[in-house]
Design a protein around this ligand. Structure first.
Ligand code: FES
Ligand code: FE2
Length: 321
């Protein structure tokens, strides 16, 4: 079972979303705010619902006007007339359960109801913290994108003129923790003056640290006042959409925090484009725990991520067999 989100927010209306060439979805949000997601294919003769219309709390197919409710059930077939007692049960869209939390829409591709709460940094971020957001599609598998955000070695190279300024190429540790299903790590890099790098045990989690919650949520805790959060949405083996937020609680005044967040978004765009430029070149596309890559001690957060992801994949496979 997979829980993924599709896109952020949306007013009342109809939205088209293509996950792959074979998998196209139609989202519609009714005036009352209910959001629904179905495959973009009418049960009658397969027309695309995304070019249809909203009719009250239903979506209407553009071809012959069949209407469907927010659970994908056919409610009206105009050709049969209002007085018809036709069996509408056979007009049923392929429907995906949705859940909206934290301004994000999640899709549930599994059977029944989701078996876990949606992950978020609930202890650190609530609805009162102001944020700006941006999105970008990277031509990379999502595990490569996640690994990049846990990578403390790349900072002085990829971000040599931004967050990695200072030529701190020597990587101490890093310390890596796994607590409450969350990976926590922190960069302890230093300028190389010929000293021996510290071990993970000698390294510390600093005020600026990174967190990751499976399957796809990351945070850079820059300080108590500033955080960056990324939701990684896998599209296929060679595409991932990153939804990036910059949270600011520097000021008591929300309007000031909003202005700060706008600048944060500009900075985030520059930084994520520095990352993207390199990550999309990685071979192989899909990273795995068991690989031929020659890893370094500084890759410990990446190795832990790979190991845990591998375990989850195995659990998933065992549950499905
Ligand atoms: S194809 Fe949708 S109503 Fe006919
Ligand atoms: Fe980076």
């Amino acid at each position: 079972m997979v829980c993924r989100f599709a896109f952020i927010k949306g007013e009342a209306g109809i939205y088209y979303f293509s996950e792959t060439a074979e998998h196209e979805s139609c989202f519609f949000r009714t005036k009352s705010g209910v959001l629904s997601c179905a495959e973009d294919r009418c049960a009658h003769r397969g027309a695309a619902l995304c070019i249809g219309k909203l009719q009250g709390e239903c979506i209407q197919c553009p071809f012959h006007g069949i209407q469907y409710d927010t659970e994908g059930k056919g409610t009206f077939v105009p050709a049969l007339g209002k007085s018809s007692a036709a069996d509408l049960g056979r007009f049923h869209l392929i429907f995906h359960r949705t859940k909206e939390e934290f301004g994000i829409i999640y899709l549930w591709f599994g059977e029944g109801e989701p078996d876990k709460a949606i992950p978020f940094f609930r202890d650190e971020l609530d609805g009162s913290v102001v944020y700006s957001e941006l999105e970008d599609c990277w031509n990379a598998f999502y595990s490569r994108c996640v690994e990049n955000q846990l990578d403390v070695i790349h900072l002085p190279f990829v971000h040599y003129n931004t967050i990695g300024r200072g030529n701190k190429t020597l990587v101490n540790g890093p310390k890596v923790l796994f607590e409450h299903e969350t990976i926590i790590t922190s960069a302890n890099n230093e300028v190389d003056r010929g000293q021996t790098p510290k071990t993970a045990e000698e390294s510390v989690i600093r005020e600026t640290y990174l967190k990751f919650i499976f399957p796809n949520l990351w945070m850079n805790h820059i300080s108590e006042k500033f955080r960056v959060v990324i939701f990684f949405a896998p599209v296929d083996e060679s595409r991932t959409v990153l939804y990036i937020r910059f949270y600011s609680s520097l000021s008591r005044f929300k309007c000031i925090n909003r202005i700060i967040a706008i600048f944060g978004r500009i900075g985030n765009r520059i930084i994520e484009r520095q990352d993207r430029r390199v990550v999309i070149t990685q071979k192989l596309k899909v990273s795995e725990y068991h690989s031929n890559e020659k890893l370094l001690p500084g890759d410990r957060p990446v190795i832990l991520y790979r190991r845990l992801r591998d375990e989850l994949k195995q659990q998933n496979a065992a549950a499905g067999s």
